[in-house]
Design a protein. Structure first.
Length: 470
């Protein structure tokens, strides 16, 4: 899932990790993003802890990417501010809404965080609408997720047989196939696919189920608020649509003009894509092709689903009246090298769905289109799916559903520029807000992953150059 300032943070990461120290003139951008250093846990929390407890808390923070120490000490059943915009509380919903199965996926999540997700789902979903809860454990090694979780499940099920189902993966499958495993176990007409570090807000289910009941080809995302990873306070986020950049990292977008013109804060927001958690008609999800199970670990699946649903006749909306708070971790637990998985998955999306625009994804990742050396696996089934569903072109999608996405035409070249005689000189795109390139000394040879690429475009016969990944 997307941090609110995803783009900014990624740019910071590049500068922090990839920049040689002698890089000139970076101004404020060079400052480290402190969420990547462990002491960020104690910036707003825990000053009065004893040194021993600090050590325990820090260890849990490093393991989980959030304050597991604090979570274990907070009630599972805690109140939440009602963050719905005006108007939502007045809407009345039909009585015969379809039931939902809520799927939570996790790997090595803190038990108290999972239990709080479950408790808030039970407390804030009308009980006649919540058919079951499905827990998908993607081969966690964390011991507390074994007996203690089983105890909780059998206790709950002794009062409501079969209410909580547990699916355990015998090997790690990544979050994409975990979501599909949860969907396979679900039996209600509607399935909600969530991370297991969320808290549901009041009234979230009715608007979602109504929109799906009206039109089963709608895939719905709630509006997200943030649970701060250190203090666990709820942080209200602005109403947003959901999209992506050309590397296919998700990002929040300003809602479209047509939504603002309505002047109705509770109206659904049409969205180009999804940031990860969503609710879908169970059978429609299968008809449209589930998620791309050829993707690994993390990233890209939400973008692929968004593009596919629009191109193949469905739609996506974010509902302001359905709100869910979600922990944005300080770091993700999946793997050290998340980026290489996101890149691989992004190239799959480009190859299957993006037609002539696939070049934009290759450019954004600074990867050559031929012989990239990246094994994206077999995409023939996904291509066959696109054909079978008779989907529209990516150009149609961009023009109609995602007009704010910048198109790059007349690209002459992209890649790294280096001087073959003096290869410790790097030519770089220069500061963010400027088109002035910079030249600087690099300790070693300029390497494709370390120098940021430049893009050359011809505009009215004049060469201009720009960055592509913002
Ligand atoms: C909400 O409903 C109440 C009573 O039904 C009414 O008085 C009020 O004007 C409504 N508010 C809005 C914003 O529609
Ligand atoms: C995780 O995978 C290993 C084999 O890779 C298996 O032996 C173990 O039972 C799995 N753990 C769970 C909780 O499923
Ligand atoms: C605003 O949107 C909500 C949700 O779609 C709808 O129920 C309500 O009637 C709308 N209000 C107005 C004034 O159009
Ligand atoms: Mn998450």
């Amino acid at each position: 899932m997307c941090p609110l300032a995803a783009t900014v943070r990624r740019i910071f990461m590049l500068f922090v990790f990839l920049r040689p120290p002698e890089t000139p003139g970076r101004g404020d951008e060079g400052q480290a993003d402190t969420s990547f250093s462990d002491s960020s846990l104690f910036a707003h929390w825990g000053q009065d802890l004893s040194p021993d407890n600090r050590r325990v808390a820090l260890k849990m923070f490093q393991y989980y990417g959030y304050n597991g120490y604090l979570s274990d000490r907070l009630p599972l059943d805690r109140p939440m501010p009602d963050l719905r915009p005006d108007g939502c509380r007045n809407i009345t919903y039909p009585l015969n809404l379809p039931q939902v199965s809520i799927v939570f996926i996790f790997v090595n999540e803190a038990l108290s965080v999972i239990l709080r997700s479950i408790r808030s789902a039970i407390n804030r979903t009308p009980s006649h609408l919540l058919k079951e809860i499905i827990l998908v454990d993607d081969n966690s090694s964390n011991n507390e997720l074994k007996e203690k979780l089983e105890d909780f499940v059998s206790q709950t099920n002794s009062q409501r047989p079969g209410f909580i189902k547990v699916v355990r993966h015998l090997k790690q499958e990544g979050l994409i196939r975990s979501r599909v495993s949860g969907w396979r176990a679900a039996t209600a007409p509607v399935v909600a696919l969530f991370d297991a570090h969320v808290e549901f807000n009041i009234g979230w289910a009715e608007p979602v189920l109504q929109r799906i009941q009206e039109d089963r080809t709608r895939i719905i995302s709630p509006s997200f608020d943030n649970i701060k990873y250190d203090t666990f306070e709820i942080d209200e986020y602005p109403l947003s649509a959901q999209g992506f950049d050309w590397e296919l990292w998700c990002r929040y977008l300003n809602p479209p003009k047509s939504w603002w013109y309505k002047g109705n804060k509770s109206a659904p927001i049409q969205s180009p894509a999804l940031i990860g958690c969503f609710v879908v008609d169970r059978l429609y999800f299968e008809e449209i092709g589930l998620l791309d199970e050829g993707m690994e670990v993390y990233g890209g699946e939400n973008v692929e689903l968004g593009i596919r649903v629009w191109q193949c006749g469905g739609s996506i909306e974010v509902l302001p009246c359905a709100r869910i708070a979600h922990i944005e971790r300080a770091h993700k637990p999946y793997t050290e090298d998340l980026t290489s998985h996101v890149r691989r998955n992004a190239l799959r999306v480009a190859e299957v769905w993006m037609d002539e625009f696939k070049s934009h994804v290759y450019m954004a990742w600074n990867v050559p289109m031929e012989d990239s050396g990246i094994d994206i696996g077999d995409v023939s089934e996904r291509k066959a799916l696109r054909k079978r569903l008779q989907c529209k072109t990516f150009r149609w999608y961009l023009v109609n559903m995602y007009p704010e996405m910048r198109m790059y035409s007349d690209t002459v070249a992209y890649g790294v520029m280096k001087n073959s005689l003096k290869n410790d000189l790097c030519l770089d795109q220069g500061p963010d807000n400027d088109n002035v390139p910079i030249l600087y000394l690099f300790q070693a040879e300029c390497v494709i992953d370390l120098c940021k690429q430049r893009i050359w475009e011809k505009k009215n016969g004049v060469d201009v150059n720009r960055r592509i990944s913002k």
